[in-house]
Design a binder for this molecule. Structure first.
Ligand SMILES: CC(C)(COP(=O)(O)OP(=O)(O)OC[C@H]1O[C@@H](n2cnc3c(N)ncnc32)[C@H](O)[C@@H]1OP(=O)(O)O)[C@@H](O)C(=O)NCCC(=O)NCCS
Length: 210
């Protein structure tokens, strides 16, 4: 009985040891994946290769006819986390060069959305009032036909309604109503887009060396 228990004990400890040995490997693999994504793959001059990686390796869902241009920085913990939280880019949507997509939380981007260069979409922040500097994620939703101007920042928890426009350099947060044009820091409504303006279908977005 003792011997059986002993063997079992050793076997169990062996399993634990193997799990312990694997544990440091997981963060290392995740770091390697992040490095490969943001310093190698994002600079490959092929939309097909980049999208293959974003879809198959990271688990980002990208609709037909969409383009993620060169230099996009995808912020993530790991591919299983992205699959769990869900990062969706609709059809015929353009994400221009050097954008940052914080995929540590859920991100939903609709169809025919235009995201200008160097825009940052952020889903994660630190909770200021709690000890330990803990992280908190809040999803971002960007509906169809939104246009986000250059270098705008979209903060965690922002919902941008259909056809809205975020001006260049604006800091968007909270609820942005459909067809609103918002500008400034924090972004406030400066005008409205006519309903008829948000009806286009983008085509041919994936251009060579973009
Ligand atoms: C948002 C935008 C389209 C608005 O254009 P518009 O409808 O012609 O608006 P106006 O120029 O009449 O400005 C309306 C008000 O918003 C303000 N405003 C416009 N853009 C602003 C900006 N980026 N930041 C701060 N305020 C801005 C104007 O000062 C004006 O305020 P006022 O009425 O107090 O004078 C434009 O300003 C913008 O930011 N375009 C983005 C360009 C870009 O990123 N291009 C790259 C990709 S193609």
């Amino acid at each position: 009985m003792t011997a059986v228990l002993g063997r079992r004990g050793i076997a169990q400890r062996g399993d634990c040891d193997a799990a312990e040995a694997r544990r440091p490997l997981i963060p290392l693999l995740a770091s390697l994946l992040r490095y490969a994504t943001n310093h190698v793959v994002s600079h490959l001059p092929s939309h097909t290769a980049r999208q293959w990686w974003y879809r198959r390796v990271l688990g980002i869902r990208i609709g037909r006819g969409s383009a993620v241009d060169l230099g996009c920085f995808v912020w993530f913990f790991g591919p299983s986390q992205i699959r769990r939280d869900g990062v969706h880019i609709g059809a015929r949507t353009k994400i221009n060069r050097d954008c940052c997509i914080d995929a540590r939380g859920p991100v939903t981007i609709g169809d025919n959305v235009s995201i200008s260069p160097s825009v940052a979409i952020i889903t994660t922040q630190h909770i200021l009032g709690e000890p330990g500097f803990p992280l908190q994620t809040k999803g971002v939703v960007i509906e169809d036909h939104v246009w986000i101007g250059m270098r705008a920042i979209v903060l965690p928890g922002t919902n941008i309604g259909r056809g809205a426009v975020i001006a260049a350099g604006a800091v968007a947060r909270g609820e942005i109503p459909p067809l609103a044009v918002v500008a400034g820091v924090p972004a406030r409504i400066v005008s409205w887009r006519p309903e008829t303006a948000a009806t286009y279908q983008f085509e041919g977005l994936a251009e060579l060396f973009e």
